[in-house]
Design a binder for this molecule. Sequence first.
Ligand code: SF4
Length: 283
Amino acid sequence: MTMRKINIIEIEKKVRNLCAKANIVLRSDVNAAIFKACRSKNETPLVRKMLKILLENARLAKEEKLPICQDTGITEVFLKIGEQVILTGGNLTDAVNRGIKKSYAENYFRKSVVRDPLLRKNTKTNTPGILHVEIIRGNKVKITVMPKGFGSENKSALFMLNPTAGAKEVERVSVDVVKTAGSNACPPYILGIGLGGTAEFAARLAKKALLRPINKANKKYHLAELEKNIMNKANELKIGVMGLGGMTTVLGVNIEAAPTHIAGLPVAINLSCHALRSASATI
Ligand code: SF4
């Protein structure tokens, strides 16, 4: 097995660039979904106008190198590290946080992280970020940065269902999350759903589900069907863009599933607003 050395400075640089890219450039799959909704004859002129404003906002952000939204989020960093990689030059967590700190400072992104959830003092650097580390095969490091705004994060939920609850109950609780969010979390929404594992594993799966392009259905037929059903039912709520009504309440539903215990069915739903942001790079 040939080992490969990677200096953590490389990871810091990538995180720094990816923080900027994710906050400034709207994902192409999300942009395409908004564009498609915008052309729908089923929407009123007012809704179509609002969708056009979202597209215009994304275009201007990219051109002017400004954030898509003023809430530049808490920074989640997903690292997939090949087992043949030897990291050199210091501490990985420190390198990731340095990358976040530099990017948020030089781009004048809003710093939204408080050190203690009760004392509420802002760290003024948007660090620490939230790190998710996975060891994979190979000699590469894949880095994904996702700035997550809290308007939508606050509406996310976890349900520990009975093992026999089945797809219909998953559909019901998922649509209920959208209903409860109403127009408060900047719809149209994208739902990341984690099924199975344990409570915390399902929550992480739900977040990871948001990283899959929203125009790509789950490869498993029964999960792809469930994605479609949840999306249709949620759109029947007619909350619409920014609560203006119409058929575009949800732009996409992504489900990821994992093995779980015979006695339970964990379901985590991570809600994203239309400003679903992420960017990836591989070293
Ligand atoms: S919910 Fe999304 S679009 Fe609304 S303020 Fe937060 S990050 Fe921005």
